[in-house]
Design a protein around this ligand. Structure first.
Ligand code: ADP
Length: 601
């Protein structure tokens, strides 16, 4: 309850008022009592005090009267004459004339009974013992805490000794004090009421803005940057409010920036091709991206570190690495080759491990293909070079070589040289197509004319081998966009292969074409040796040949179909073997009818 600032303020005000009134009240009451006592002794001193010479005469007269046998009456009259100076006319103060030796009541303004009710006070006792000494005043002091004040004046004269005893029961000052007490209590109550009202007023000017500030701070802490607080004053609270508003604005801006950066990172994390998994120090997965599950062929969030990579590098070993060191391994998952990098995230107990996987399957395959390609090129060139060299050496070393034999050898040398030239030319074409340097000139041309021109060119060769070249396409074929020369080169290669790989005599080579949607298709079928199932996939690879000897015999380089595929792909088309019943082969080329004309594709 007293934890709120408002209640604390009320409490402080109450305590303040109460303690202030208590101090003031006590101070006043003590001072009033003190003043009353001082006043009493001042009055007594003004009559009996030795400082005033007139008093000495008065006291001496009293002593002289005391020496008389009937002096008591005169003494009483003399005291009564001084009643005004001694304040005896108030009903709180009484004087008694006592026998100096016995302390018995003799006379006075009070009666015997009232005297007997009084205690034997220290002043009275002292006066009795000092009567003989003739002291003037006894007991000029009174205890402030006592409920009376008194003074005893011994008067000794001749044989007689009297004590004039003045007693005040302090009821005046006590009444005054209780009145004062009541006033203070009333003032206290009013003060308390005012303090409560004041504290409400203060809370309006001080605590309400602080409460508003607190409320907004709570909202900001919960991420709600909604509205700003209105600054209503220019005091410290006003400055605090302005500063808080500024701080909230900066915080919102910073958080927005952080959130935006985080979004970017999340998007990157989600769509990056590398697989990323972060593990806590106990091996549980904290985050992972879809690529990680795809690469490992399973939903990684169901596993932990030990199940995924425990076999490769133990978790503790990775955690023990000093950053920026990391562990790397090569993993084979199914037909994928993955490079795995494992690094500690941060030192200490709240650290973890970050695993990054990079798919290097294509890279490795490319490396393999490159090695294979280099080996193939070397091999393809070495064979004709060896032939050329051995025939040339034979011609050089043989004496009396018959002219016919020499010509035969020279023909072989020329044919091998031609073969090497063809290989080099094909390699150059492929290299240009690969690097994009080969220009593809897109123009509109008649597909029918192009196929016809290729068929006419190979017809003679087909006839020579005893094949029938059957043209199934009609003259209604559309105009298409493409590089006519290069597409004719593709068709020449495919039809040439059909002729080459069909045993001489009785072969039937069919060329057909048509339109299918936005594309045209060209089919080249033969009833030749066909291509075994296992080789069908690789037939478009560089230097791949089903029967190397046969291909070489027929002058093939093993690069024709690779070049064909590159050209067709540059036309955004496709070339593939079509599955069909019976022996022989069908190759289908599909090309878009329309595409952007002119310029390199
Ligand atoms: P090549 O110069 O050896 O003919 P290609 O790239 O044109 O090279 O063809 C690759 C291989 O595909 C050939 O060596 C041959 O084994 C096979 N091939 C291509 N066309 C046919 C076909 N119509 N019939 C049988 N085999 C074929």
């Amino acid at each position: 309850m007293f934890r709120s600032l408002h209640m604390k303020l009320v409490l402080i005000m109450l305590l303040l008022i109460t303690s202030l009134m208590t101090v003031v009240g006590t101070f006043m009451m003590t001072n009033i009592t003190g003043f009353y006592i001082d006043q009493f002794y001042y009055q007594v001193d003004s009559v009996f005090g030795s400082s005033n010479p007139a008093n000495a005469a008065f006291v001496n007269t009293l002593r002289a009267e005391a020496a008389q046998t009937d002096g008591l009456h005169t003494i009483r009259e003399m005291i009564e004459a001084k009643a005004g100076d001694l304040g005896l006319n108030s009903n709180t103060r009484t004087f008694y004339i006592l026998d100096g030796r016995t302390g018995m009541f003799l006379d006075g303004s009070g009666d015997r009974k009232s005297f007997e009710r009084l205690q034997a006070t220290p002043n009275l006792l002292t006066a009795r013992s000092s009567v003989a000494a003739g002291s003037a005043l006894v007991g000029a002091e009174s205890d402030i805490t006592a409920n009376y004040m008194d003074v005893a004046i011994p008067i000794a004269g001749g044989e007689n000794a009297y004590i004039i005893y003045i007693y005040d029961n302090r009821s005046t000052v006590n009444d005054l004090n209780s009145q004062l007490f009541m006033i203070i209590v009333q003032a206290l109550l009013v003060g308390l009421l005012i303090s409560v009202l004041l504290s409400f007023l203060l809370s309006k000017t001080m605590i309400i803005p602080i409460e508003r500030l607190t409320e907004r701070a709570e909202k900001v802490a919960a991420g709600d940057f909604g509205s700003t607080i209105t600054v209503e004053s220019s005091d410290e609270i006003g400055i605090l409010t302005t500063t808080f508003n500024d701080m909230a604005a900066v915080l919102e801006e910073t958080l927005d920036e952080v959130a935006s950066e985080r979004n970017k990172l999340d998007t990157l994390f989600l769509h990056m091709t590398d697989g990323v998994i972060s593990f806590a120090s106990d091996g549980n997965i904290l985050t992972s991206n879809p690529s990680a599950s795809r690469m490992l062929g399973r939903e990684v969030s169901f596993y932990d570190y030990d199940a995924l990579f425990g076999q490769e590098v133990p978790l503790q070993k990775v955690m023990g690495l000093q950053r920026p060191n990391f562990a790397s391994r090569e993993l084979t998952v199914g037909d994928r080759i993955l490079e795995l990098y494992l690094a500690p995230v941060s030192d200490g107990e709240d650290g973890g491990v970050m695993a990054v996987m990079h798919d290097v399957t294509a890279q490795r395959k490319n490396e393999e293909m490159r090695k294979e390609f280099v080996a193939n090129v070397s091999h393809e060139l070495r064979t004709p070079l060896t032939n050329v060299r051995s025939y040339a050496e034979t011609i050089r070393d043989m004496e009396d070589i018959p002219r016919e034999t020499e010509n035969g050898f020279l023909d072989i040398i020329i044919s091998e040289t031609d073969r090497m030239t063809r290989i080099v030319q094909d390699l150059l074409t492929l290299s240009r197509l690969d690097s994009g340097r080969a220009e593809i000139k897109m123009v509109r041309f008649s597909l029918y004319d192009a196929i016809e021109s290729v068929c006419r060119a190979v017809d003679l060769d087909a006839q020579r081998r005893g094949h029938a070249l059957v043209r199934l396409y009609g003259d209604t074929l559309p105009m298409i966009t493409g590089d006519r020369n290069r597409l004719e080169q593709v068709m020449m290669n495919v039809i040439g292969n059909a002729i080459k790989y069909t045993p001489s005599g009785g072969g039937r080579i069919e060329v057909d074409a048509g339109v299918c949607g936005k594309n045209v298709w060209i089919d080249v079928s033969d009833n030749g040796i066909g291509i075994p199932q296992k080789d069908r996939e690789r037939i478009f690879d560089r230097f791949y040949r089903v029967d190397k000897a046969r291909s070489r015999e027929s002058g093939g380089t093993g690069l024709g179909l690779s070049i064909a595929r590159e050209i067709v792909m540059r036309h955004h088309g496709s070339i593939a073997l079509t599955a069909h019943d019976g022996p022989g082969t069908t190759v289908r080329i599909v090309l878009p009818i329309r595409q952007k004309e002119e310029g390199a594709v």
